[in-house]
Design a protein around this ligand. Structure first.
Ligand code: C2E
Ligand code: MG
Ligand code: MG
Length: 704
């Protein structure tokens, strides 16, 4: 309201002063503020200047008439009620006025001012309603504009966010993803919407991790964590993700919103830092820091299991010389090559690390056998002894190795390392290119091995090998059906050495191939001689080592030996072990078939100690099983061993194989095996392995 509050302003426009006065008098009494105008122009001026709430105008006036007033009012404010007063008989004027925007009319002269008041009040009420309605709509419009602007701001923020945003419904079905999501994951909006976030699963987190997340957000709480996700092209990326439930007014979860920050770069940096802190940049091997953590953990584990563990410190003897002569780049390449060779020869379970310069540290797998360390140390040492090829040139690089064994030589990482280093310096001092143990007992063992190894190289040419023959007795009649050739080595001027000691060395050095061939020649020549001398036909069994079986063309060798000696293949048997033939490969099968095609017998030695698959065994061309002597030794005292023996016999019979029991020493053992159906017996009960002439004598005594 433009005038005093609660006092509407009424403008009465009339050229007749009396009418104006009566209107003014009446309406001022009714609480109006009344302004008067004497003609149309005066009226329009007052409307402009005084802003009345309602206008009553006469139609017929000089200068500017009532219709023009109506027009002016409508132009100025279409919500300002204007009521026309018209003389009787000018209905046409009234119609005109209403058409042009007058709100109502009354006939002149106005006798009943109460009627005018009613009209005025009605019009004022209508104007108020229109004004309120207008205000309401104006407010609403403003609100809509405001809200739209806010929404646009939010949408833009989400759309242009540097983070991935993903909204799913309460069941986890994706309803919205923002452009960043599309850019990071490679999935388009169409591909993502309708799917679940599992789309991105990389498999790097376990199911518990996801379950925990779902539990948290389903309970209405926010969850934060890291995910390693997989993009459409398979690339993995890390995200820091916070997921919050969205609830409706009644608190029911309707959606989940996930905001994810790509932290791959950060992770990469973290990994890089971890790598730099734990690994040697040149060789990629663990560094001193990592070694420290690793060995500490190993020592804790070992403590619980009562095992031993060897630590080797290996120092390259000539790295300084190589660097000075060929340059550092060459030296670096050599170090890399050494690292690779150490990894190869260290075997499974060894931990190899490089500290500084030319020093490498090797932690061997825990063992209950301290002697194992001797074997390993020697293996690593000889691996280093072969020439390296760097940039096309051959170079020899030797190393000094010091060994300390836990717990004898130290119980902490520091003491073990210190003592292994001390041993390494001792090795360097003694002579370069050597291994030295901190403990004298192991040192002694090592020296023995070195000594034995160097003697073995000359044993063949010095004719220090010989064969013993152990009779095999057939059941049930007890006649000699054959013999097993067993190798012996008598180094010049020394006692005879057991094959248990020197065969592993022959295998490691590769000498076994040549020595094995010698055994074949010797055994077949001897058997052929016995035949010629008139001994009855007997079968000769010869042991074959894994390396011999894998490396040499064994079948060719066997053929040549049989050819030259004229020995009957039907009386030659080769003893193989489970481990060498249980590798289910075409090559194994081909080798076995080639051997059986010669007409010889194949036997599985030490049977029961390996892991034979019965199904596979049945397919192999093997004609004989030799029950390992450990079972025979214990079968009468231990139930389990008796069960193993019984099973092997049952299995052998099922596969129609010959069954040989070895290590039979007593009559009770013989009786048990005979009763179970074993067909051949070998053991001290009948005879120890014999020299050739003793074997002949044995045969004579048995009258075979
Ligand atoms: P093997 O092939 O299982 O030979 C049987 C071993 O048991 C022989 O030991 C033999 O002397 C021993 N033995 C036989 N009867 C009894 C008995 O009643 N009681 C006990 N306690 N032992 C008995 P040896 O001669 O010391 O040979 C040991 C292993 O060395 C052989 O086990 C075999 O694996 C290997 N070997 C022997 N000669 C050769 C060979 O020429 N080449 C290859 N590659 N390995 C051979
Ligand atoms: Mg044997
Ligand atoms: Mg055996």
């Amino acid at each position: 309201m433009s005038a005093l509050e609660n006092s509407p302003v009424l403008l009465t426009i009339d050229d007749e002063e009396a009418i104006r006065d009566s209107v003014a008098a009446y309406f001022e009494d009714s609480g109006f503020t009344v302004i008067q105008a004497c003609d149309g122009r005066d009226g329009i001026d007052k409307i402009t200047s005084m802003r009345p709430d309602i206008v009553i105008t006469d139609l017929r006036m000089p200068v500017v008439d009532g219709l023009e007033v109506v027009d002016a009012v409508c132009r100025m404010d279409d919500n300002l009620p204007v009521i026309v007063l018209s003389g009787t008989g000018v209905l046409d004027d009234v119609i005109q006025a209403l058409r042009r925007g007058a709100w109502d009319y009354l006939a002149k002269p106005v006798k009943d001012l109460v009627a005018l008041e009613l009209v005025i009040n009605r019009c004022l009420e209508r104007a108020r309603l229109i004004r309120e309605n207008r205000d309401y709509h104006e407010n609403l419009e403003q609100l809509v504009v405001q809200r739209t602007a806010e929404l646009r701001k939010l949408t833009t923020a989400v759309e242009q966010s540097a983070n991935s945003v993903i909204i799913t419904n309460a069941d986890g079905i994706i309803e919205y993803v923002n452009p960043k999501f599309t850019a990071v994951s490679g999935y388009t909006t169409e591909e993502a919407v309708g799917n679940t976030p599992r789309l991105l699963k990389s498999g790097r987190q376990n199911d518990d991790y996801y379950a925990e997340m779902w539990k948290t957000i389903r309970s209405g709480q926010e969850w934060q964590g890291e995910f390693c996700n997989r993009a459409k092209d398979g690339r993995q990326f890390w995200e820091l993700c916070s997921i919050a439930p969205i609830k409706d007014e009644s608190g029911v979860i309707t959606h989940f919103v996930g905001i994810k920050e790509d932290i791959s770069e950060h992770k990469r940096h973290e990994e890089q830092l971890y790598y730099q802190a734990n690994f040697d940049g040149l060789t990629g091997l663990p560094n001193r820091n990592y070694f420290q953590k690793y060995l500490t953990l190993q020592l804790e584990l070992i403590n619980r299991e009562n095992q031993q563990l060897a630590l080797l410190v290996l120092d390259i003897d000539n790295l300084k010389f190589v660097n000075d002569t060929f340059g550092h780049e060459f030296g670096d390449l050599l170090l890399k090559e050494i690292a690779r060779r150490l990894e190869m020869s260290g075997g499974l379970g060894s931990f190899i690390s490089r500290f500084v310069g030319d020093e490498f540290i090797i932690v061997l797998p825990p063992t209950t056998e301290a002697g194992q360390a001797v074997l390993f140390a020697e293996k690593i040492h000889s691996a280093m002894n072969e020439a390296f090829v760097i940039k096309g040139s051959e170079i020899m690089s030797t190393a000094s190795i010091g060994v300390a064994v836990y717990p004898e030589d130290g119980t902490s990482v520091e003491s073990l390392l210190k003592n292994a280093e001390a041993a390494m310096y001792q090795a360097k001092k003694d002579s370069k290119n050597a291994v030295c143990f901190y403990t004298s007992e192991l040192n002694f063992q090592l020296e023995q091995r070195f000594a034995m190894e160097s003697k073995l190289y000359k044993a063949l040419e010095r004719d220090e090998f010989s064969l013993l023959y152990q009779p095999q007795i057939g059941l049930p009649d007890g006649g000699i059906i054959g013999m097993e050739a067993l190798l012996r080595w008598t180094p010049k001027g020394e006692e005879v050495v057991s094959p248990i000691q020197f065969i592993p060395l022959l295998e490691e050095t590769g000498l076994i191939v040549a020595v094995g061939e010698w055994v074949l020649w010797k055994a077949c020549t001897q058997a052929a001689t016995w035949r010629k001398q008139g001994l009855p036909p007997m079968r000769m069994s010869v042991n074959i080592s894994a390396l011999q079986f894998m490396r040499s063309d064994l079948d060719e060798t066997v053929k040549r030996v049989l050819d030259v000696t004229g020995y009957d293949p039907g009386y030659l048997c080769l003893e193989l072990t489970e481990s060498m033939i249980m590798i289910d490969s075409m090559r194994t099968m081909e080798k076995l078939t080639a051997l059986t095609e010669i007409g010889i017998t194949l036997s599985l030695d030490d049977f029961g100690t390996g892991y034979s698959s019965l199904e596979y065994l049945g397919r192999l061309p093997i004609q004989e099983l030799k029950i390992d002597q450990s079972f025979v030794r214990r079968m009468l005292t231990t139930k389990n061993d008796a069960a193993v023996v019984n099973t092997i016999i049952a299995m052998g019979r099922g596969l129609e194989m010959e069954l040989v029991a070895e290590g039979v020493e007593t009559e009770e053992q013989l009786a048990y095996l005979a009763e179970k159906g074993c067909t051949v017996i070998q053991g001290y009960y009948f005879s120890r392995p014999l020299a050739a002439d003793d074997f002949e004598r044995y045969c004579m005594e048995q009258k075979c």
